[in-house]
Design a binder for this molecule. Structure first.
Ligand code: FAD
Length: 323
């Protein structure tokens, strides 16, 4: 039978943002509920080595880090729900969310931590070699390709930024784009074209990622010329797919302000959305940094602001009753 679960803090999403909000919310007595969604633990569960999350001298594994975060959240009193939200109603005094299971979740405050998924090319070899030479995040994985030849696929701001960032680690960075011009901002293009370590390959689409490299990893990319149809290969040990991200905000369309790419808009420097009592944290509101530590940081901010929001509301209500 369908159940209604009530909480002072409803959290949608169980990545670093959602679980950090849960830890802070639980410790503030908010008795949070986290609805985990289809990817419990979030994006870090699909990677292996994580070397930039503070507190760990040695390389740690993404799935292990997320298990620990969940255990910590549960230890301080978070209720984890194995469910996916299919619709929300943010118009009332309480915020309600309908679960795929049939259950309903009702929060006095709502923290949205649904993340943003990297867009992939969807070509052969990409999934199989993900984490073994194929990545969607230069900031996360660039360090592992120190001194190696790397390629970046894409033509927008992200691709150019990733290529420029990778020059910190590699002497040989190739940007591959399927057209003959970039969409990136002019200033970024100027920096790219002036960079001695970056070479641009125009009019080529990636047909497939080829394994057989060191340790069974990536060896090369098979390319097709978009003008002549000619096939070629480019050898590389690291390929960064940089064709954008898709924030998981479909649920909130028409109810919360978002930018034209679907990222939730928040009051600058805060996790506050345009609906009082609804907070957004992590990658779903951040198209710039997109890191586990920034997601955790904004998760903390969302929980602290949610606690303050309720405290102020309850104080005002009590004052009204007294008067
Ligand atoms: C391959 C890879 C490697 C990475 N490596 C690193 C790294 O080394 N270091 C680093 O700092 N960052 C790394 N990142 C980036 C990092 O994983 C993200 O920045 C971080 O996970 C964002 O956290 P988040 O909590 O905002 O969202 P996510 O981790 O994306 O979590 C989103 C959560 O929302 C849930 N959700 C979505 N929709 C619904 C719904 N309708 N109902 C309920 N739940 C829902 C999902 O199930 C998931 O639990 C990597 C990313 C990838 C893809």
């Amino acid at each position: 039978m369908a159940t209604t679960h009530k909480t002072r803090m409803l959290i949608i999403g169980s990545g670093p943002a959602g679980l950090s909000a849960a830890i802070y919310g639980a410790r503030a007595g908010m008795e949070p509920i986290v609805v985990q969604g289809l990817q419990p633990g979030g994006q870090l569960t699909i990677t292996t080595d994580v070397e930039n999350y503070p507190g760990f001298r040695e390389v740690i594994q993404g799935p292990w880090l997320m298990q620990e975060m969940q255990a910590q959240a549960e230890h301080v009193g978070t209720r984890m729900m194995w469910d996916t939200i299919t619709s929300v109603d943010l118009s009332g005094e309480k915020f309600t969310a309908q679960g795929d299971s049939g259950d309903v979740y009702e929060g006095d405050t709502l923290v949205i931590a649904t993340g943003a998924q990297a867009r992939w090319l969807g070509v052969p070899g990409e999934q199989e070699l993900s984490g073994k030479g194929v990545s969607a995040c230069a900031t996360c994985d660039g360090f592992f390709y120190r001194g190696k030849k790397v390629v970046v696929i894409g033509g927008g701001n992200t691709a150019v930024e990733e290529a420029l960032y990778l020059t910190n680690h590699s002497e040989d960075v190739t940007l591959i784009h399927r057209r003959d011009s970039l969409r990136a901002e002019k200033i970024l293009q100027d920096r790219l074209f002036a960079h001695p370590k970056i070479n641009v390959v125009w009019n080529k689409r990636v047909d497939s990622f080829l394994g057989g490299g060191e340790g069974g990893g990536l060896r090369a990319l098979k390319l097709i010329d978009t003008v002549t149809g000619e096939e070629s290969e480019i050898e590389t040990e690291g390929a960064f797919v940089a064709i954008g991200h898709a924030p998981a905000t479909e649920l909130f369309k028409g109810q919360l302000a978002m930018d034209d790419t679907g990222y939730l808009l928040v009051e600058p420097g805060t996790p506050k959305t345009d609906v009082p009592g609804v907070f957004a944290c992590g990658d779903v509101m951040d198209h710039v940094y997109r890191q586990a530590i920034t997601a955790a940081g904004t998760g903390c901010m969302a929980a602290l602001d949610a606690e303050r929001f309720l405290a102020e509301k309850e104080f005002a209500e009590a004052a009204k009753v007294e008067a």
